[in-house]
Ligand binder design. Structure first.
Ligand code: SAH
Length: 350
């Protein structure tokens, strides 16, 4: 369906910018049922261990205290998936009842299917928005896991005559492929002909907006994703279906299309709006500093050996460098008036 729509559009108007293709395909993809989780196409940190969302909830309670305990704080989650992280967040936040009472939950979610899953889990505690722009102004704590990687990217390719941009075209049989078009791009890294360089105007625009809101109304944002700390050439756009990689143009709308996040670009966008930036650091390091192992032991206490092993192996998967601990990073963006947030050290301030 989405493939047919995009093919018709290309035949009529010529090659499509990659961000337009990726945006359309991603919306179609997330509108399908059961994409996240063991039975779906990919599994995420909150689906692996409840401790992930719990620690983020407790982290947020401390941020709220440092904000001067505002009577109302917008707790915003971008791309909440099945709602698991927020559910675990709120359960842990109940240990800080004044924070929980102040928290007004806003979910930024474009998929009607996932909104329904979030509603089933969280009930009417939350309010939904298509974009961050819909969330009313005010002091806020924003979280997101694997949200930025789903936002559209541009790809540039180094050729003998300089950088060109990759657009999406289609053949008579309906197969999509890349085509190069002349383009303007600045701040490109040194690269050999053939090299690919990616940027995400959507990621930097989102980050800039979040940072501007933090400067105006106060608060913090905490974003987790897989990606790199230093801007570099390289192709990271990938498609995933049923836990296996596929080709980028395979079954449009039925594979999860994502790209690694350039955390240097995220940090740069936040800092140019005046916000303070911590990290990005490895997810495993951050979770260890927040005491994930201790929390796992508490959780396992009194449980059957089988459940205890499950809890432990879930936590290991989140923190071990050869699992999700090192590829995944976390970055905090805050109102510079706030103290350094939990889990970050002085050396994590770039
Ligand atoms: N955070 C969840 C889900 C990650 S998948 C987890 O960790 O399990 C990406 C999420 O972002 C999905 O909820 C998807 O519907 C949402 N999403 C992707 N692109 C979006 C966009 N442009 N605007 C709003 N939500 C988007």
């Amino acid at each position: 369906m989405i493939a047919g729509t995009l093919a018709a559009q290309i035949r009529q108007n010529g090659p499509l910018p990659l961000p337009d293709y990726m945006g359309a395909v991603t919306s179609a993809y997330y509108a399908q049922p059961n994409v996240i989780g063991a039975a779906g196409d990919f599994i995420t940190a909150p689906e692996i261990s409840q401790v992930f969302g719990e620690l983020i909830g407790l982290w947020s309670a401390v941020v709220w205290q440092n904000m001067g305990r505002p009577a109302k704080v917008r707790v915003i989650e971008c791309g909440p998936g099945r709602g698991t992280l927020m559910n675990d967040f709120l359960r842990a936040a109940a240990r800080a009842p004044a924070f929980l009472a102040a928290a007004e939950v806003h979910l930024v979610e474009q998929s009607p299917t996932l909104r329904a899953a979030q509603l089933a889990l969280l009930g009417n505690r939350a309010t939904w928005h298509d974009t961050i722009d819909g969330v009313p102004a005010g002091p806020m704590i924003l979280v997101g896991n694997e949200f930025l990687d789903a936002l559209p990217i541009r790809q540039f390719q180094k050729t003998a005559s300089g950088w060109m941009e990759r657009y999406v075209t289609v053949d008579e049989r309906g197969n999509f492929s890349f085509v190069l078009k002349p383009s303007e791009v600045s701040d490109t890294p040194a690269a050999q002909p053939g090299a690919i360089f990616e940027t995400s105007p959507a990621v930097t625009a989102f980050t800039g907006k979040v940072a501007a809101r933090l400067m105006k109304d106060g608060g913090a944002a905490l974003l987790f994703d897989y990606g790199h700390r230093v801007t570099a050439a390289g192709e990271t756009l990938q498609a995933l279906r049923q836990h296996k990689f596929c080709e980028v143009f395979d079954s449009p709308g039925q594979c999860d299309l994502t790209a690694h996040v350039d955390f240097a670009a995220v940090a740069g966008a936040a800092r140019s709006a005046g916000a303070a930036v911590y990290g990005a650091i490895e997810q495993g390091v951050w979770l260890n500093r927040l005491g994930i192992k201790l929390r796992g032991l508490q959780l396992a206490k009194g449980k059957s050996p089988e459940i205890a092993r499950e809890i432990e192996s879930g936590i290991r998967r989140l923190i071990e460098p050869d699992a999700m601990g090192a590829l995944f990073k976390v970055i905090a963006i805050t109102d510079p008036k706030l103290p350094r947030p939990e889990g970050f050290l002085p050396e994590d301030e770039p």
